[in-house]
Write a protein that binds this ligand. Structure first.
Ligand code: ADP
Ligand code: MG
Length: 677
């Protein structure tokens, strides 16, 4: 049977070389793949409606009798119309077909058919244009609609699937073990395949769909858990002592319970003798930097090197400043490594890293370019990891002797989803903000209220506080989006004269960016007009107002990140979202921002509005693509599948038992495409 699944699609009746190529284009090279090529939608003919009650403009099925022979009319442009009238006993409806001479033979006067299409109406009569039709007695109640490609219609695919079914043996090997199928009331594979393609009725379709979703999520989760299992190798980089308490003594504040817990979990990993692969998830402002620093300190005190990687130069600088400050009296050697170092400086850092003299390297991805050699790298931390995918993680851990890996993310996502997206990582959650934080009051305004907003900014500036203003563009362009340079000019000359105003954007030289950021952090600038380069991680606790122009341009999570630049100290902070956009979706998004400061809620909403593919960027997180399951809308099945995956791997880590062979084969198949080279 498995051989049938692997057979080339050409072995099907009606599929020759040319069609086989088209099937290949759809990702269907074999008969097995064809059976797993699920319809994208269905035409439901099982509940035909009356002509009178048919919804206008949405496809529906109508059972009706043909009242008179089809009549042919030629119209301009060489077109021929074919018209007839049908009745459901209560009302008539006119049918029109274009250039289809066959309908005359197919539609017989006095016989009943099911017509499927959109009904339109004018004040006199109801009509359908080019409906599909089937003899009323003989047709399937629910018909599959397949994703098509040029030259391969849904109908052709349907026929190929039908002939594939005739080749299937009566009993199929089901990859899901019997006992689990019973426990979760899942249908058998054969039933599921038949009813996903040709559902007997809506209930059977639901049963089939549930079973296939379960199977797909189970296979995905098994694969991810196995990756995680394999990465838990014995490590030569076992720590012997935990110095995190000592480090906490260096902090100017008392760590939160959540920070302590996260540090403890990561320390336990590194003390265990296995390699750490951990994600720390914490909302903006939850204090991830201190967690990272505590771990770096412990690793260094154990005689190894640590590296902290940030996604931008600005952030790398900031971390560097924070860490050198904290570690000032500990004798730790810290170095900054970014793409913009001078050649001489870079050489010095490289030498220090190779000799082991530099113990802590802070930088951008430049840290992991080919010419960087560490003498004894024990720990790699990446900050704001949502910018890195599975493949980059693998590249990082290839540096040195498989160092411990910690990734930090400010995108809080529900735990079930995190288990999938970060299936290869253990997770710590910072679910507590440092004490004294006040929620950031958030307002959405239209641009005609801008002047009032500036008065508000000025009040804060006069009290010694600072403000950010975010514009989507760098320079003025064709559109009427706000631009950093022009906006800053108007602030100086017109809106906030006398205030010290700086600008920041991605096209400035690293040195310029650095000095502007340093001036802002030191309080020498009152207002920073910037593009979203400040989105990630920047920490200036004296900044209390975040004003975002063209707020409609940003996704919820991005707005939340931007807003997280304020409210980091003890002062009450405000976020002002400026937008003139009228559409409902924008209004809904801005409303959520005004209502909540909770990153988890915002991420949930963002997921709901955008869908997981968009949210994470399919290519970026590097997960295999799913055929039928949807991680967002199938969370309850996902939870069950996660429980089963955990249980199965506990019994049989290699899926070596005969009853698990089917699952193992599916896991291998799903993941073969994404093996990191
Ligand atoms: P994020 O999680 O967004 O990276 P940071 O590490 O930048 O957050 O911390 C945000 C701010 O909170 C910083 O100014 C930091 O010094 C401060 N902070 C962190 N932990 C604590 C704490 N336990 N108590 C008080 N302030 C803290
Ligand atoms: Mg941070």
């Amino acid at each position: 049977m498995s051989s049938l699944f692997h057979q080339n699609i050409r072995n099907l009746k009606g599929v020759g070389d040319r069609r086989a190529k088209l099937f290949d284009k759809l990702g269907v090279p074999t008969i097995g793949a064809l059976l797993r090529f699920y319809p994208r939608a269905y035409e439901d003919l099982s509940h035909p409606c009356s002509i009178q009650e048919a919804p206008l403009g949405t496809p529906c099925a109508i059972r009706a009798v043909v009242l008179r022979p089809v009549r042919e009319t030629r119209i301009r442009g060489g077109m021929t119309l074919y018209k007839t009238v049908v009745s459901d006993g209560a009302r008539d409806m006119e049918l029109t077909f274009f250039n289809n001479p066959y309908v005359g033979n197919l539609l017989k006067e006095g016989e009943a058919y099911l017509f499927y299409g959109k009904v339109t109406a004018n004040f006199l009569k109801r009509q359908m244009t080019s409906p599909e039709f089937f003899p009323a007695e003989s047709c399937l109640p629910i018909r599959p609609i397949y994703p098509q490609t040029q030259g391969l219609s849904s109908k052709l695919i349907e026929n190929a699937v039908k002939s594939a079914f005739t080749l299937l043996p009566d009993v199929l090997n089901d990859p899901i073990p019997n006992e689990i199928r019973m426990r979760y009331s899942l249908s058998h594979l054969r039933f599921a395949l038949e009813n996903i393609h040709f559902p007997k009725d809506m209930e059977s379709l639901e049963l089939a769909r549930r079973r296939l979703i379960f199977e797909e999520l189970l296979v995905l989760q098994l694969g991810l858990f196995r990756m995680k299992g394999r990465s838990r190798e014995a490590s030569r980089l076992k720590l012997t002592n935990d110095y995190s308490q000592e480090f906490f003594g260096l902090l100017p504040f008392v760590p939160t319970g959540a920070q302590r817990r996260a540090v403890q979990e990561a320390m336990a990993d590194m003390l265990s003798g296995k390699t750490m692969n951990r994600l720390v998830q914490g909302d903006v402002g939850s204090g991830k930097t201190a967690v990272a620093a505590a771990l770096c300190y412990s690793v260094i005190k154990n005689g190894m090197q640590a590296a902290l990687m940030a996604p931008t130069e600005i952030l790398a600088h900031q971390h560097y400043d924070t860490l050198t400050g904290l570690l000032k009296h500990t004798g730790t050697r810290v170095a900054l490594l970014t793409g913009s170092l001078s050649a001489a400086k870079k050489k010095e850092v490289l030498t220090g890293l190779a000799s082991g003299e530099i113990q802590l390297a802070v930088g951008t991805h430049a840290l992991f370019s080919g010419d960087v050699v560490f003498s004894n790298l024990g720990l790699v931390i990446t900050d704001e990891q949502h910018r890195f995918g599975v493949a980059q993680r693998a590249a990082l851990s290839a540096k040195g002797d498989h160092p411990h890996l910690l990734v930090m993310s400010a995108t809080p996502i529900p735990r079930t989803l995190a288990l999938v997206i970060y299936g290869d990582l253990d997770i710590s959650v910072l679910d507590e903000l440092p004490p004294g934080r006040q929620p950031i009051a958030t307002y959405a305004i239209t641009s005609d209220k801008r002047r009032r907003a500036f008065r508000f900014l000025r009040n804060h500036i006069e009290e010694g506080r600072q403000c950010y203003i975010i514009c989507p563009m760098i320079e003025e362009g064709q559109n009427d989006l706000a631009s950093v340079t022009q906006y800053a000019e108007r602030l100086k000359n017109e809106w906030l004269p006398g205030c010290r105003i700086g600008i920041l954007h991605g096209r400035m030289k690293p040195k310029e960016k650095e000095s502007v950021m340093a001036d802002f952090a030191a309080g020498k600038l009152s207002v920073l007009v910037s593009t979203t380069v400040v989105e990630v991680g920047v920490d200036v606790p004296n900044a209390v107002v975040m004003m975002i122009e063209n707020a409609e341009r940003y996704g919820l999570s991005q707005l939340h990140q931007l807003r997280g630049r304020v409210g980091r100290g003890a002062y009450r902070s405000t976020c002002i979202l400026v937008s003139d956009a009228q559409n409902e979706e924008t209004a809904a998004r801005l409303k959520i921002m005004c209502e909540t400061n909770d990153g988890f809620k915002i991420a949930d909403e963002d997921l709901r509005l955008r869908g997981p593919g968009d949210f994470f960027g399919h290519r970026q997180h590097g997960l295999p693509e799913l055929k039928i399951a949807d991680m967002l809308n199938n969370t309850s099945v996902l939870k069950e599948a996660q429980a089963v995956a955990t249980e199965l791997l506990h019994q049989d880590p290699e899926l070596a038992l005969p009853e698990h062979h089917g699952l193992r084969a599916e896991v291998n198949q799903l993941f073969q495409a994404m093996v990191v080279s």
